[in-house]
Design a protein around this ligand. Structure first.
Ligand code: NAD
Length: 312
């Protein structure tokens, strides 16, 4: 029987844990806080900023909203980061990218205090992640691990350590922010880890790897990339992809909304309905990994707060 993993419930569970820990810290006069840094008015970044503010409110965190105009100089952006580094109300800093073209990502990220780098952008923290040392794992990869660990404990009734050790894990996607850190996190848990990407597909080798996976983690941003023929019977499939696609009816005709425009919907990289029956467990999209991602950022901020006050 396939288990559709309830990522929304996992996200709520984590939020409850965060709220409890925050109350305990507040009783000691300490409040964790997150600052977002927005330069310009990129639509996606503004959306994300709003979400972070909402989650901070829900968790009882301080929230600092730092906004600079698109024409701000790189020096001004770095100065803003240095101010946030020095602000005791700010446990973690989240630069909202993309920045305007004249601002170097590298320059801004390198000026963040490594103990406030809650989405693991700084090369120092990526280095620690690579070495398997304690750090702030980036939110989406951390969400994948959290989902798998909770699945191992609750559904498989095994210790996460045993769950990962020697498991055949295949990651599809090798971006610096998602695929690569996921691969490092599972490799550091002693999984037999393979990383595939667009060049594996171009050489016709993707299926050769994915069909060997006990756990298949897909983060490519390509709707329908993974069908049943790419999945081993009884595998656990984690779909990280988020794609907007047009909606068609059974006859292949576009489905229109009330304004006469073609409807669209959010899907993952895995053909969920076709693949589901073949799996032991699978995450849906929407209401999948994304429901846990922001919570992992909050968890990192909580950790950063404890590091700051030397209670970790
Ligand atoms: P990216 O574009 O930076 O990287 C895509 C990766 O997929 C690359 O490594 C590329 O080689 C690989 N790829 C592309 N086409 C492929 C193919 N045909 N076969 C095999 N591999 C292929 O994207 P990203 O930032 O890593 O994000 C990946 C997906 O995850 C996107 O859909 C993104 O929206 C989603 N995402 C989800 C969350 C979440 O919280 N659920 C968070 C971040 C990103």
């Amino acid at each position: 029987m396939t288990k559709v993993i309830d990522c929304v419930a996992i996200g709520e569970e984590i939020m409850q844990e965060i709220q409890e820990e925050t109350s305990q810290l507040k009783a000691k006069g300490i409040t964790p806080g997150i600052a977002t840094l927005l330069v310009g008015d990129d639509f996606g970044s503004k959306m994300y900023r709003g979400q972070v503010e909402k989650f901070c409110e829900e968790a009882g965190f301080n929230y600092v909203n730092k906004i600079l105009p698109a024409e701000a100089t790189e020096e001004q952006v770095k100065e803003a980061v240095l101010e946030l580094n020095a602000d005791h109300e700010v446990s973690g800093i989240l630069p909202l990218r993309p920045f305007p073209e004249h601002i170097s990502d590298y320059a801004v990220i390198n000026s963040i205090d490594v103990n406030k780098d809650i989405d693991c952008f700084h090369p120092f923290n990526m280095g620690r992640l690579t070495l398997g040392e304690a750090t702030f794992p980036p939110a989406t990869p951390a969400a994948v691990i959290e989902i798998l660990e909770r699945f191992a404990r609750k559904e498989d009734k095994v210790d996460p350590k045993d769950f990962f050790e020697g498991a055949e894990i295949v990651v599809v996607g090798h971006s610096n922010t998602v695929g690569k850190p996921i691969a490092l996190l599972v490799l550091n848990r002693n999984a037999t880890t393979s990383v595939t990407h667009v060049f594996s597909s171009m050489k016709g080798n993707l299926e050769k790897h994915t069909t060997g996976a006990d756990i298949l983690i897909v983060a490519a941003g390509k709707a329908g990339l993974i069908g049943p023929e790419q999945v081993k019977e009884g595998a656990i499939v984690i779909d990280v992809g988020i794609n907007r696609v047009k909606v068609f009816d059974e006859k292949g005709e576009p489905v229109l909304n009330e304004k006469g425009k073609q409807k669209s919907k959010t899907v993952g990289d895995v053909s969920f309905e076709a693949v589901k029956g073949k799996t032991k467990a699978i995450t849906p999209v929407p209401k999948g990994v994304g429901s846990v991602t922001n919570r992992m950022l909050m968890k990192n901020a909580l950790k950063a707060c404890k590091i700051h006050y030397k209670i970790l």
